[in-house]
Design a binder for this molecule. Structure first.
Ligand code: ADP
Length: 255
Protein backbone atom coordinates (compact mmCIF):
# COMPACT_ATOMS: atom_id res chain seq x y z
CA UNK A 1 0.00 0.00 0.00
CA UNK A 2 1.43 3.32 -1.10
CA UNK A 3 0.85 6.24 1.20
CA UNK A 4 0.43 9.23 -1.08
CA UNK A 5 -0.12 11.74 1.69
CA UNK A 6 2.23 14.68 2.23
CA UNK A 7 2.79 16.21 5.68
CA UNK A 8 -0.11 18.50 6.33
CA UNK A 9 0.97 22.11 6.62
CA UNK A 10 0.06 25.14 8.60
CA UNK A 11 -2.11 28.02 7.53
CA UNK A 12 0.14 29.38 4.82
CA UNK A 13 -0.37 28.71 1.11
CA UNK A 14 1.85 25.66 1.12
CA UNK A 15 -0.10 24.27 4.06
CA UNK A 16 -3.41 24.76 2.23
CA UNK A 17 -1.96 23.21 -0.90
CA UNK A 18 -0.81 20.11 0.96
CA UNK A 19 -4.22 19.80 2.67
CA UNK A 20 -6.06 19.94 -0.63
CA UNK A 21 -3.59 17.46 -2.11
CA UNK A 22 -4.32 15.10 0.78
CA UNK A 23 -8.07 15.45 0.28
CA UNK A 24 -7.66 14.60 -3.42
CA UNK A 25 -5.46 11.61 -2.59
CA UNK A 26 -8.07 10.33 -0.13
CA UNK A 27 -10.87 10.76 -2.70
CA UNK A 28 -8.82 8.95 -5.32
CA UNK A 29 -8.12 6.10 -2.94
CA UNK A 30 -11.83 5.82 -2.08
CA UNK A 31 -12.78 5.68 -5.76
CA UNK A 32 -10.10 3.06 -6.42
CA UNK A 33 -11.47 1.00 -3.55
CA UNK A 34 -15.01 1.34 -4.93
CA UNK A 35 -13.74 0.19 -8.33
CA UNK A 36 -11.98 -2.82 -6.81
CA UNK A 37 -15.16 -3.74 -4.93
CA UNK A 38 -17.19 -3.46 -8.14
CA UNK A 39 -14.81 -5.69 -10.10
CA UNK A 40 -14.86 -8.22 -7.25
CA UNK A 41 -18.69 -8.29 -7.17
CA UNK A 42 -18.95 -8.62 -10.94
CA UNK A 43 -16.49 -11.52 -10.93
CA UNK A 44 -18.47 -13.12 -8.11
CA UNK A 45 -21.82 -12.62 -9.88
CA UNK A 46 -20.61 -14.04 -13.19
CA UNK A 47 -18.88 -17.01 -11.60
CA UNK A 48 -22.11 -18.79 -10.59
CA UNK A 49 -23.87 -18.90 -13.97
CA UNK A 50 -20.55 -19.60 -15.67
CA UNK A 51 -19.75 -22.54 -13.36
CA UNK A 52 -23.25 -23.92 -13.89
CA UNK A 53 -22.83 -23.60 -17.64
CA UNK A 54 -19.46 -25.38 -17.58
CA UNK A 55 -20.85 -28.07 -15.28
CA UNK A 56 -23.69 -28.84 -17.69
CA UNK A 57 -21.33 -28.84 -20.69
CA UNK A 58 -18.84 -31.18 -19.02
CA UNK A 59 -21.59 -33.57 -17.92
CA UNK A 60 -22.84 -33.58 -21.51
CA UNK A 61 -19.35 -34.13 -22.93
CA UNK A 62 -18.62 -36.99 -20.52
CA UNK A 63 -21.90 -38.64 -21.43
CA UNK A 64 -23.15 -38.35 -17.83
CA UNK A 65 -26.40 -36.81 -19.00
CA UNK A 66 -28.19 -37.26 -22.32
CA UNK A 67 -28.80 -34.18 -24.43
CA UNK A 68 -32.36 -33.08 -23.83
CA UNK A 69 -34.57 -30.11 -24.42
CA UNK A 70 -34.51 -29.30 -20.66
CA UNK A 71 -30.73 -29.40 -20.55
CA UNK A 72 -30.42 -27.02 -23.47
CA UNK A 73 -32.98 -24.74 -21.83
CA UNK A 74 -30.81 -24.68 -18.68
CA UNK A 75 -27.69 -23.92 -20.71
CA UNK A 76 -29.56 -21.11 -22.39
CA UNK A 77 -30.80 -19.70 -19.04
CA UNK A 78 -27.31 -19.58 -17.56
CA UNK A 79 -25.89 -17.85 -20.63
CA UNK A 80 -28.86 -15.48 -20.70
CA UNK A 81 -28.27 -14.52 -17.06
CA UNK A 82 -24.66 -13.67 -17.82
CA UNK A 83 -25.74 -11.51 -20.70
CA UNK A 84 -28.26 -9.71 -18.52
CA UNK A 85 -25.65 -9.04 -15.82
CA UNK A 86 -23.30 -7.58 -18.43
CA UNK A 87 -26.03 -5.48 -20.11
CA UNK A 88 -27.19 -4.14 -16.75
CA UNK A 89 -23.65 -3.44 -15.69
CA UNK A 90 -23.05 -1.42 -18.81
CA UNK A 91 -26.21 0.61 -18.17
CA UNK A 92 -25.20 1.12 -14.57
CA UNK A 93 -21.67 2.25 -15.36
CA UNK A 94 -22.98 4.73 -17.92
CA UNK A 95 -25.72 5.94 -15.59
CA UNK A 96 -23.41 6.47 -12.63
CA UNK A 97 -20.95 8.42 -14.78
CA UNK A 98 -23.85 10.55 -16.01
CA UNK A 99 -23.39 9.19 -19.54
CA UNK A 100 -26.69 7.45 -20.08
CA UNK A 101 -28.24 9.30 -22.97
CA UNK A 102 -31.89 10.15 -22.66
CA UNK A 103 -34.18 10.75 -25.60
CA UNK A 104 -36.95 12.76 -24.03
CA UNK A 105 -40.33 13.35 -25.57
CA UNK A 106 -43.79 14.41 -24.41
CA UNK A 107 -46.15 11.55 -23.63
CA UNK A 108 -48.90 10.39 -21.29
CA UNK A 109 -47.52 8.35 -18.38
CA UNK A 110 -50.99 6.84 -17.85
CA UNK A 111 -50.68 5.20 -21.30
CA UNK A 112 -47.26 3.81 -20.41
CA UNK A 113 -48.60 2.26 -17.18
CA UNK A 114 -51.58 0.71 -18.99
CA UNK A 115 -49.32 -0.66 -21.72
CA UNK A 116 -46.87 -2.04 -19.15
CA UNK A 117 -49.73 -3.87 -17.46
CA UNK A 118 -50.82 -5.50 -20.71
CA UNK A 119 -47.21 -6.44 -21.49
CA UNK A 120 -46.88 -8.26 -18.15
CA UNK A 121 -50.28 -9.99 -18.14
CA UNK A 122 -48.95 -13.29 -19.46
CA UNK A 123 -46.13 -13.44 -16.89
CA UNK A 124 -48.54 -12.51 -14.09
CA UNK A 125 -51.01 -15.15 -15.18
CA UNK A 126 -48.31 -17.82 -15.34
CA UNK A 127 -47.31 -16.84 -11.78
CA UNK A 128 -50.93 -16.92 -10.60
CA UNK A 129 -50.83 -13.24 -9.69
CA UNK A 130 -53.60 -10.74 -10.41
CA UNK A 131 -52.26 -7.60 -12.13
CA UNK A 132 -54.42 -4.46 -12.13
CA UNK A 133 -53.89 -0.84 -13.11
CA UNK A 134 -55.67 2.31 -12.02
CA UNK A 135 -54.61 5.44 -13.85
CA UNK A 136 -56.02 8.93 -13.61
CA UNK A 137 -54.84 10.25 -16.97
CA UNK A 138 -53.78 12.24 -18.78
CA UNK A 139 -50.46 12.45 -16.93
CA UNK A 140 -48.20 14.49 -19.22
CA UNK A 141 -44.45 14.09 -18.79
CA UNK A 142 -41.36 15.04 -20.75
CA UNK A 143 -39.20 11.98 -20.34
CA UNK A 144 -37.40 9.08 -22.00
CA UNK A 145 -40.19 6.66 -22.90
CA UNK A 146 -38.00 3.56 -23.30
CA UNK A 147 -36.06 4.15 -20.09
CA UNK A 148 -39.24 4.68 -18.08
CA UNK A 149 -40.69 1.53 -19.58
CA UNK A 150 -37.52 -0.18 -18.36
CA UNK A 151 -38.04 1.22 -14.82
CA UNK A 152 -41.67 0.19 -14.73
CA UNK A 153 -40.86 -3.23 -16.21
CA UNK A 154 -38.27 -3.81 -13.52
CA UNK A 155 -40.67 -2.87 -10.71
CA UNK A 156 -43.55 -4.92 -12.11
CA UNK A 157 -41.25 -7.89 -12.83
CA UNK A 158 -39.97 -7.83 -9.24
CA UNK A 159 -43.47 -7.41 -7.80
CA UNK A 160 -44.69 -10.49 -9.68
CA UNK A 161 -41.52 -12.45 -8.91
CA UNK A 162 -41.69 -11.84 -5.16
CA UNK A 163 -45.42 -12.53 -4.83
CA UNK A 164 -46.89 -15.98 -4.26
CA UNK A 165 -49.70 -17.49 -6.31
CA UNK A 166 -53.04 -15.96 -5.46
CA UNK A 167 -51.44 -12.58 -4.74
CA UNK A 168 -52.10 -9.19 -6.27
CA UNK A 169 -49.93 -6.58 -7.95
CA UNK A 170 -51.61 -3.18 -8.24
CA UNK A 171 -50.32 -0.34 -10.42
CA UNK A 172 -51.48 3.19 -9.75
CA UNK A 173 -50.54 6.48 -11.40
CA UNK A 174 -51.91 9.78 -10.22
CA UNK A 175 -51.05 13.49 -10.23
CA UNK A 176 -49.93 15.43 -7.15
CA UNK A 177 -49.30 19.16 -6.79
CA UNK A 178 -46.38 19.49 -9.20
CA UNK A 179 -45.48 15.90 -9.94
CA UNK A 180 -46.83 12.52 -10.89
CA UNK A 181 -46.60 9.44 -8.68
CA UNK A 182 -46.46 5.90 -10.01
CA UNK A 183 -46.97 3.11 -7.53
CA UNK A 184 -46.31 -0.62 -7.85
CA UNK A 185 -47.82 -2.36 -4.84
CA UNK A 186 -47.64 -6.09 -4.22
CA UNK A 187 -48.97 -8.52 -1.62
CA UNK A 188 -45.74 -10.53 -1.76
CA UNK A 189 -43.07 -11.64 0.68
CA UNK A 190 -42.06 -8.11 1.63
CA UNK A 191 -38.64 -6.88 2.73
CA UNK A 192 -37.34 -6.93 6.32
CA UNK A 193 -36.88 -3.47 7.88
CA UNK A 194 -33.17 -4.18 8.36
CA UNK A 195 -32.84 -4.93 4.62
CA UNK A 196 -34.75 -1.91 3.32
CA UNK A 197 -31.78 0.50 3.27
CA UNK A 198 -29.93 -1.88 0.95
CA UNK A 199 -32.46 -2.67 -1.77
CA UNK A 200 -31.12 -0.02 -4.14
CA UNK A 201 -27.50 -1.08 -3.70
CA UNK A 202 -25.90 -2.83 -6.62
CA UNK A 203 -25.94 -6.64 -6.46
CA UNK A 204 -27.85 -6.59 -3.20
CA UNK A 205 -30.35 -9.42 -2.77
CA UNK A 206 -32.37 -10.36 0.31
CA UNK A 207 -31.77 -14.04 -0.32
CA UNK A 208 -28.89 -14.48 -2.77
CA UNK A 209 -29.49 -18.16 -3.55
CA UNK A 210 -33.22 -17.89 -4.09
CA UNK A 211 -33.18 -14.50 -5.77
CA UNK A 212 -30.49 -15.55 -8.19
CA UNK A 213 -32.55 -18.61 -9.08
CA UNK A 214 -35.34 -16.25 -10.13
CA UNK A 215 -33.03 -14.89 -12.81
CA UNK A 216 -32.38 -11.39 -11.49
CA UNK A 217 -29.07 -9.55 -11.90
CA UNK A 218 -29.35 -7.68 -8.59
CA UNK A 219 -28.79 -4.46 -10.54
CA UNK A 220 -32.33 -3.67 -11.65
CA UNK A 221 -33.32 -1.38 -8.78
CA UNK A 222 -29.97 0.43 -8.75
CA UNK A 223 -30.42 1.31 -12.42
CA UNK A 224 -34.12 2.12 -12.02
CA UNK A 225 -33.43 4.64 -9.27
CA UNK A 226 -30.61 6.26 -11.24
CA UNK A 227 -32.89 6.67 -14.27
CA UNK A 228 -35.66 8.23 -12.17
CA UNK A 229 -33.21 10.57 -10.44
CA UNK A 230 -31.81 11.62 -13.81
CA UNK A 231 -35.38 12.74 -14.56
CA UNK A 232 -35.29 14.82 -11.32
CA UNK A 233 -37.67 12.41 -9.62
CA UNK A 234 -37.09 9.79 -6.96
CA UNK A 235 -37.78 6.11 -6.35
CA UNK A 236 -38.61 4.91 -2.84
CA UNK A 237 -39.91 1.78 -1.16
CA UNK A 238 -42.13 0.90 1.77
CA UNK A 239 -42.50 -2.68 2.87
CA UNK A 240 -43.68 -4.99 5.62
CA UNK A 241 -42.26 -8.49 5.86
CA UNK A 242 -44.86 -11.08 4.91
CA UNK A 243 -47.35 -8.43 3.82
CA UNK A 244 -45.93 -6.87 0.69
CA UNK A 245 -44.01 -3.97 -0.76
CA UNK A 246 -44.82 -0.70 -2.44
CA UNK A 247 -42.31 0.87 -4.81
CA UNK A 248 -43.16 4.44 -5.72
CA UNK A 249 -41.56 6.84 -8.13
CA UNK A 250 -42.25 10.48 -8.86
CA UNK A 251 -41.66 12.57 -11.96
CA UNK A 252 -42.19 16.25 -12.59
CA UNK A 253 -45.31 16.91 -14.64
CA UNK A 254 -45.17 19.15 -17.70
CA UNK A 255 -48.17 21.37 -17.06
P1 ADP B 1 -32.99 -8.62 -8.92
O1 ADP B 1 -32.67 -8.54 -10.35
O2 ADP B 1 -32.18 -9.63 -8.13
O3 ADP B 1 -34.46 -8.69 -8.62
P2 ADP B 1 -33.19 -5.90 -8.05
O4 ADP B 1 -32.17 -4.83 -7.93
O5 ADP B 1 -34.32 -5.67 -8.97
O6 ADP B 1 -32.41 -7.22 -8.40
O7 ADP B 1 -33.74 -6.22 -6.59
C1 ADP B 1 -32.82 -6.43 -5.52
C2 ADP B 1 -33.43 -7.28 -4.42
O8 ADP B 1 -34.47 -6.57 -3.75
C3 ADP B 1 -34.08 -8.57 -4.91
O9 ADP B 1 -33.13 -9.58 -5.10
C4 ADP B 1 -35.06 -8.87 -3.77
O10 ADP B 1 -34.39 -9.50 -2.69
C5 ADP B 1 -35.49 -7.47 -3.31
N1 ADP B 1 -36.77 -7.06 -3.93
C6 ADP B 1 -36.93 -6.28 -5.04
N2 ADP B 1 -38.25 -6.08 -5.30
C7 ADP B 1 -38.94 -6.74 -4.35
C8 ADP B 1 -40.34 -6.92 -4.07
N3 ADP B 1 -41.31 -6.36 -4.83
N4 ADP B 1 -40.68 -7.68 -2.99
C9 ADP B 1 -39.72 -8.25 -2.22
N5 ADP B 1 -38.40 -8.12 -2.42
C10 ADP B 1 -37.99 -7.38 -3.47
Amino acid sequence: HLDTRVPSGGRDELGQLSDSFNRMAAALEASEQAQRRLVASVAHELRTPLSNLLGYLEALQDGLVPPSRELFASLHDEAELQRRILDDLQDLTLAEAGHLTYRRCDFDLADLVDTARVAHLAVAEAAGVRLTAETAGPLPVHADHDRLRQVLGNLIGNAIRYTDRGGHVALRAFPDADHITVEVRDTGCGIAPADLPFVFQRFWRADPARDRATGGSGLGLTIARQIVRDHTGDLTVESALGEGSTFRFTLPTTN
